[in-house]
Design a protein around this ligand. Sequence first.
Ligand code: ZN
Ligand code: ZN
Length: 286
Amino acid sequence: MDYEYSAFRRETDVHNRCCGGWVWCIKDICGVICAILTWLLILYAEFVVMMVMLLPSPYPVYSTINILIFQTFAFLAFASHLRAMFTDPGAVPKGNATKEMIQQMGFREGQVIFKCPKCCSIKPERAHHCSVCQRCIRKMDHHCPWVNNCVGENNQKYFVLFTFYIAMISVHALFLSFNQFIMCVRHEWKECSSYSPPATVVLLLFLVLEALLFAIFTSVMLGTQLQAIWNDETGIEQLKKEEARWVKKSRWKSIQAVFGRFSLAWFSPFTRPPPKTKLESYLYSV
Ligand SMILES: [Zn+2]
Ligand SMILES: [Zn+2]
């Protein structure tokens, strides 16, 4: 049965928020270090791709096209990362499982309500408690230290885009490094880079290792995420092998719930995922 879930006033709910409660951010030192490391790894790839390979390249058409492609994907990867990190993944208001709130929400006495013992909130269906965020998160998939946030109902699109664009820049960096090696060997390491041959080799090797590692890691993550969306089942639900108590959406509906109607906006980290209908956001099955 569905019950009205009256909106808990956001201004009183400043947990995990900064900038006067406007921005969602998790104060977890391990997550902050991982997120900064992600930016540094993107910066390193930027440096090698631009300063070692493309800017000193003797082929202006080749370098212009590749600069455009690389910079577009790198910018979209960075923007998706920020959006995944600073978007509330779907936190359930903390401490709303009080007698008054339960009465206000229209629950009747004797009805079964799932209450989270850790954050004292009324747990909507498919919500799980995250020990890092210290909150119950709607449709929580997993807590990802690389984006220092949970992946849940409201930010899954940004997370999927982040893995997609990182996979793209990694594959592109591998392609560029391969071309660069061939070119340097052909030119017998003369005028193939503005750095000395040993420095160029070391810089390229580190980039190849980084790109290979992240191409594999993000592709696997992207595949897992798309499979979870396709099956309308979160990572946690898959792990627990829970019997689905929720009504499973059709595949197309499940994809649309995360990305919206099919358009170019699917690939943009600047458009929000579709807003939940009033019924979906305020009514919870218990
Ligand atoms: Zn909880
Ligand atoms: Zn979390």
